[in-house]
Design a binder for this molecule. Structure first.
Ligand SMILES: [Zn+2]
Ligand SMILES: [Zn+2]
Length: 112
């Protein structure tokens, strides 16, 4: 029996018990297996991906992706994403960057 992880503290204790370090490349996937995928997601080519572990979560081509309307799309920054963001918990934000963080300008957009 594994008790459901309720707090970030418990999660870190679980990670420590597994002998994983904070920068272990496997950590994001393990975190998702412990607490579920983040509702912060990236979207591209009709597919949604977990912003934490990169797993493909659903696609909008084959049918309706049930998680889409609750998802916060990285870099999207629309009213729906903003509203959904308010619903997120630490489980969604753990090890996931701020989805509304402005990306550093790329070379294509820098110079005036
Ligand atoms: Zn995930
Ligand atoms: Zn949006």
């Amino acid at each position: 029996m594994t008790a459901r992880i309720q707090t970030e503290q418990e999660l870190w204790e679980k990670i420590a018990a597994l002998g994983l370090s904070e920068d272990d490349p496997q950590l994001p996937g393990i975190v998702c297996s412990l607490i579920g995928h983040s509702r912060i997601q990236t979207y591209g080519f009709w597919y949604y991906y977990c912003a934490r572990c990169g797993t493909q979560l659903g696609d909008t081509l084959a049918g309706v992706y049930s998680g889409a309307e609750k998802a916060v799309i990285v870099g999207h920054d629309c009213d729906i994403c903003r509203a959904n963001y308010e619903e997120l918990t630490w489980r969604d934000k753990f090890m996931v960057d701020d989805p509304f963080k402005k990306e550093k300008s790329t070379a294509a957009t820098v110079d005036k």
